[in-house]
Design a protein around this ligand. Structure first.
Ligand SMILES: [Zn+2]
Length: 313
């Protein structure tokens, strides 16, 4: 792999291509990128211990946005050459029930204003297998990582945005993603109970991607928050107080995911209604939790089109 000294200015790719479950955003970054963790034998590198939880925090970032995804992959040049003949394989790691492939993309970690750290995903392997110790400023930034940076001012307004089919999206993506403030607001249900009959819903890949990004808090007009976590658990909260009402599992298949194991809050102080009226109510709520992000993604607020695009409503 390419070797770049830690904290040197990143010049590997002039553009940034940010991967989302529902598409990509490409832009010329308006921030300076600083290299971290671009190790390559026989170049020397810093070694030492890092704080507990650092390696896991790196995996959380790697599991999130993929930057500059390649078709091929790099292998670690510090590991002894593979004795077995045949093609090299990319490194894999299972994290929160998901298999992550290392070596084919990068991560970005916001630093101070206008500065972003740029590291290869193999950095996790360098830390855990080769005792690599990244610069302290990077370790600090990883522990303070904000997964919502891709929906903020880091991405310029003129970025080229495409959906999962590669078709251009011309309006700004206004989705309030689940994370940060919304995640802090969300509280678990008190008494989740299974419904007597499961709804048997199948969601397509676009819907799964929307739920993975999640629906965060917008305002009183949007009554629910929703999020599908990395282990395949879908949770829905009332947005006003952040109280959880629904929980289900999404089992992935070739063309989407099947919903199973729907449970509903039955504590009377939290949620009114009887279990036999579910899952109809749940289906209606879930549909709204998909319709809202689709409209936000197309540049519409609940009050009409974004003033930026002026697109007809
Ligand atoms: Zn290695």
């Amino acid at each position: 792999m390419a070797h770049f000294p830690d904290l040197s200015v990143y010049t590997y790719h002039p553009e940034e291509i940010i991967g989302f479950p529902t598409g990509t955003t490409s832009c010329r970054p308006g921030y300076e990128r600083l290299n971290v963790g671009w190790l390559d034998a026989p170049h020397e590198f810093e070694t030492g211990t890092v704080a507990d939880g650092f390696a896991d925090a790196l995996l959380d970032i790697i599991a999130g946005r993929r930057i500059n995804q390649m078709r091929g992959f790099h292998v670690c040049t510090l590991c002894p050459a593979q004795a077995s003949p045949g093609r090299p394989r990319s490194l894999e790691v299972v994290h929160r029930s998901r298999t992550l492939y290392l070596g084919s993309s990068e991560i970005r970690v916001p630093s101070g204003p206008g500065t972003m750290f740029a590291a290869p995903t193999l950095i996790w392997h360098y830390v855990t297998a080769h005792g690599y110790r990244p610069p302290d400023v990077f370790v600090l930034a990883v522990h303070g990582y904000d997964p919502e940076w891709t929906s903020g001012p880091w991405v310029p307004a003129d970025a080229d945005r495409r959906d999962s089919r590669g078709d251009p999206l011309t309006s700004p993506d206004l989705r309030p993603l689940f994370g940060g403030e919304a995640a802090r607001k969300a509280t678990p249900a008190l008494d989740l109970r299974p419904v007597p009959v499961q709804p048997g819903l199948v969601l397509d890949n676009d819907a799964v991607g929307l739920l993975r990004d999640g629906l965060g808090w917008y305002d009183m007009e949007i009554r629910w928050m929703a999020h599908l976590d990395d282990s395949g658990v879908l949770r829905l909260w009332r947005s006003w107080k952040g109280q959880q009402v629904y929980e289900a599992r999404l089992v992935p298949g070739p063309d989407g995911a099947t919903l199973t194991g729907l449970t509903v809050e039955q504590d009377p102080s939290r949620h009114q209604g009887t279990l036999d009226r579910e899952p109809d109510l749940f289906e209606r709520v879930l549909r709204s939790c998909l319709d809202h992000p689709r409209r936000f993604r197309a540049g519409h607020t609940p009050y009409g089109p974004s003033p930026v695009t002026g697109a007809p409503g």
